[in-house]
Each structure stands twice: as C-alpha cells, then as structure tokens.
Write a protein that binds this ligand. Structure first.
Ligand SMILES: [Zn+2]
Length: 89
C-alpha cells in the first residue's frame, strides 16, 4: 500500500476532512448541520462530514431523530459557528 494514498491527495478539501461515517475514509464532500434541542441551545450547530456515498445515510439518521437542520457543500460557509462532532454509526 502506498502511504501517500492515505493522505487523500488530489482533493482540495482540508486535510483530515473525511466522512463522519464510522470506518469510512472517503473524502468528505458535504457538511451536515444538526442540533439536538435536548442538549444544545437552538443556535448551536453540530457538524458531520459526509462523502457522496454516505450523505443520504447520515442525513436520514439525523432526520429520523428530528436533529437535521441543513446540508451544505464542503467549503460552503455556514451562517453559524460550527462544532465538529465525532464519528457516527
Ligand atoms: Zn463515507
């Protein structure tokens, strides 16, 4: 295995911007903004990163729990301060 492949070269995403889906190492293309009203103030946004393949999965995960707020393309500026969350799934 070529170690340089692990660095995800060729993408213009920030280094380390990988999908939040557990065990997925794909470069993130989307940022999912969410908020849990039980533990977060309303203006707070947690963020998950998603690759193209897992965007729907992660979005559905949040939607079914009533947490989903917004999905933005990676690099798109969010109107609120973001609080990057950990891995999921
Ligand atoms: Zn993924």
């Amino acid at each position: 295995m070529n170690l340089f492949d692990l660095a995800g070269g060729g993408s213009d995403a920030a280094p380390g911007a990988v999908c939040s889906r557990k065990a997925c190492r794909a470069a993130a293309q989307w940022q999912l903004l969410w908020n849990n009203p039980k533990i977060h103030t309303p203006e707070r946004r947690k963020i998950w990163l998603a690759c193209a393949e897992h965007r729907a999965w992660l979005e559905d995960y949040l939607r079914t729990r009533g947490l989903w707020k917004e999905t933005l393309a990676l690099g798109e500026e969010a109107a609120v301060p973001l609080d990057r969350s950990g891995r999921v799934g």
